[in-house]
Write a protein that binds this ligand. Structure first.
Ligand code: ADP
Ligand code: MG
Length: 240
């Protein structure tokens, strides 16, 4: 589904990604973990060209998104993105948040978009919040709306950047539950997270980044019980 080859990204003289290569298969759930500043967000943002790679290639379903010929808006429609800070449209209702892009970008008929939105809201446990405005929701509810909104575009891949890091502890679980259910539907997911228990339970693979390099790429049991590198050991000791 996604293939990354020798990806480099610099901001000025600061080389943030130093040659990342990996693949994510159809239906695979990959947790991206590592210390703050190691390049996790930049890696995710390069995948949908929110950041332009300095060099290297990223293919999404055989399309090289780094090629000038690729229609990046089409590629982006296929990649749902969920951020730490929700980014909901504050002046739209929950329902309108979900229907806006399908109607205006994809040309889905409004009635169909609304039916789909109601279904998605039911899936994330927010059926009764369709007419509510975002500022009337809790953080956990906002993030579940953000996930439903990304799903409303019917993407084949979902990218999550620390989706629970801004939440009060009691709300983390409800968001992780929604993500876990989504993983079980066979969605391809790349998730930057500090939730080690979740990564261990839900991910098929763990990518450990440190200082812009992919230091470990392993199954969760391997990574969490027998990390190969000193850097991963040190990181895990701090996290667990
Ligand atoms: P992580 O998500 O692992 O915490 P980031 O990918 O956000 O790490 O950042 C990695 C490095 O890149 C940091 O040193 C950060 O300061 C730098 N960086 C990220 N985005 C930008 C940007 N837009 N401009 C300049 N430097 C940036
Ligand atoms: Mg980050």
């Amino acid at each position: 589904m996604i293939k990354i080859e020798d990806l480099h990204k610099s901001f000025g003289k600061n080389e943030v990604l130093k040659g990342i290569s990996t693949q994510i298969k159809d239906g695979e759930v990959v947790a991206i973990i590592g210390p703050s500043g190691s390049g996790k967000s930049t890696l995710l943002r390069c995948m949908n060209l929110l950041e332009e790679p300095t060099s290297g290639h990223i293919w999404i379903k055989d399309q090289d998104v780094t090629s000038k010929k690729t229609n990046i808006n089409k590629v982006r429609q296929n990649l749902g993105m969920v951020f730490q800070h929700f980014h909901l449209f504050p002046h739209k209702t929950v329902l309108e948040n979900l229907t806006y892009a399908p109607v205006s970008v994809k040309g889905v008929p409004r009635k169909e978009a609304e039916e789909n939105a109601h279904e998605l809201l039911a899936k994330v446990g927010l059926a009764e919040k369709a007419k509510e405005y975002p500022n009337r929701l809790s953080g956990g509810q906002k993030q579940r709306v953000a996930i439903a909104r990304a799903l409303a575009m019917d993407p084949e891949v979902m990218l999550f950047d620390e989706p629970t890091s801004a939440l009060d502890p009691e709300m983390v679980k409800e968001v992780l539950e929604v993500m876990k259910a989504l993983a079980q539907t066979g969605m391809t997911m790349a998730i930057v997270t500090h939730e080690m228990g979740f990564a261990r339970e839900v991910a098929d693979r763990v990518l450990f980044l440190d200082n812009g390099m992919l230091v470990e790429d392993a199954a969760p049991v391997e990574f969490f019980t027998a990390p190969k590198t000193e850097r991963a050991k040190v990181f895990l000791e701090k996290m667990l």
